[in-house]
Design a protein around this ligand. Structure first.
Ligand code: NAD
Ligand code: IPM
Ligand code: MN
Length: 353
């Protein structure tokens, strides 16, 4: 039997603390189901390394990662290294260069999870965000002209290709069809007169191939309002890179907090490894204290199992998280408990067993 080769990039701050709990959970699953084996290799890439060597990953870093079945990442970014360097040279580089153009982010309020919204039924918060993950506002195209002069100008271009828009919108339609859910496109054509008009046009074109999928189109400002006031409107949601980034932090806030929000960066063609990570950052304010919530990372491990074809195990992890929330056992301080990061991870493994 061959083991799945998994590259671990724990990264900065709480990244290593939470990733190691995700690994604990995957190792427990290997014990319980010996046909699922993993070979983990850890790469200590991140801001500490950058301060020593001047690079966020070695020159051949992408070649090293190329051979893995998947990547588990913690978080990147730490005070002392400018965020636009640390993130662009590591996390965003992997997403882009491995053509992980789908960023799948569930926003589901599990039973027992805290929710700040009033008059909203728990089951009404159940959406799947499909965020475009390879171009758009994150394309990194622009210029900084005449610095430090009174002529100083910066230009940040959004790059929306037909191929890029069409493939992400199709992916979202296929998912909505499979899940028998509606699909909402979120854009901003009233102000972004090139990029978002183009996005809306492509959404309307692709829609013709999916007459069975109910569709809605919302402007991003209204979408953020409806996520709070009427979240049951949303099933599958497809949107651009930046809008998806912002809306999924809002999604995290209504679905239990940053400690419960997971993210899969998928290359659907499986030409390159896909990458699984919590959506939160390195949380410098709590790093090193042993109180970070590992459940988002563990949820990302569940997405990894789904991706490898072990949906039963993926679901068992989510069921385990839900039971912990309902029974208020093994929870970290952000969820009102007093467990440490590792106690939380261990509690989940007990539920799996
Ligand atoms: P953050 O997500 O790190 O933290 C925001 C708040 O949420 C903090 O109060 C933090 O303590 C809390 N929080 C986050 N994750 C938590 C967890 N697992 N358990 C308990 N509390 C948690 O966002 P930020 O402060 O805006 O960013 C910090 C750094 O992380 C920056 O350098 C930023 O660029 C980077 N960042 C990286 C990623 C990533 O690698 N995917 C994502 C977001 C931010
Ligand atoms: C996320 C993060 C990243 C993003 C940052 C760290 C570049 O916020 O994964 O949500 O904006 O995509
Ligand atoms: Mn984000």
């Amino acid at each position: 039997m061959t083991a799945y080769k998994i590259a671990l990039i724990p990264g900065d701050g709480i990244g290593p603390e939470v990733v190691h709990e995700a690994v604990r959970v995957l190792e427990t699953i290997s014990e319980l189901d010996p046909k699922i084996q993993f070979a983990f290799t850890e790469y200590p890439w991140g801001c500490e390394d950058y301060l020593k060597n001047g690079e966020m990953m070695p020159e051949n870093g992408m070649e090293i990662l190329r051979d893995y079945d998947a990547i588990l990442l913690g978080a990147v970014g730490y005070p002392g290294v400018p965020d636009h360097i640390s993130l662009r040279d590591l996390l965003l580089r992997i997403r882009h260069d491995f053509d992980q153009y789908v960023n799948l982010r569930p926003v589901k309020l599990l039973k027992g999870a805290p929710c700040p919204l009033k008059d909203v039924k728990r089951e009404d918060i159940d959406m799947i965000f499909i965020r475009e993950n390879s171009e758009g506002e994150y394309a990194g195209s622009g210029a900084w002209l005449y610095p430090n002069s009174d002529q100083e100008v910066v230009i940040q271009n959004g790059v929306f290709s037909r191929k890029g828009c069409e493939r992400i919108i199709r992916y979202a339609f296929d998912l909505a069809r499979k899940e028998k859910r509606s699909l909402t496109s979120v854009s901003k054509g009233n102000a972004l007169n090139y990029s978002m008009v183009f996005w809306d046009q492509i959404f309307n074109e692709v829609k013709k191939d999916y007459p069975d999928v109910p569709t809605y189109s919302l402007l991003v400002d209204a979408a953020s309002m409806f996520m709070v006031k009427d979240p049951k409107r949303f099933g599958v949601v497809v949107t651009s890179n930046l809008f998806g980034d912002i809306l999924t932090d809002l999604g995290a806030a209504i679905a239990g907090g940053m400690g419960l929000a997971a993210s899969a960066n998928i290359n659907p063609e499986r030409e390159y490894p896909s990458m699984f990570e919590p959506i939160h950052g390195s949380a410098p304010d709590i790093a090193g204290k042993g109180i970070a919530n590992p459940l988002a990372s563990i949820w990302a491990a569940s997405q990894l199992l789904d991706f490898l074809g072990y949906k039963e195990w993926g679901k068992r992890i989510i069921d385990g998280i839900e039971t912990m929330l309902e029974q208020k056992r093994g929870l970290t301080p952000d969820l009102g408990g007093n467990a440490s990061t590792s106690e939380c991870g261990k509690t989940l493994t007990e539920y799996l067993k």
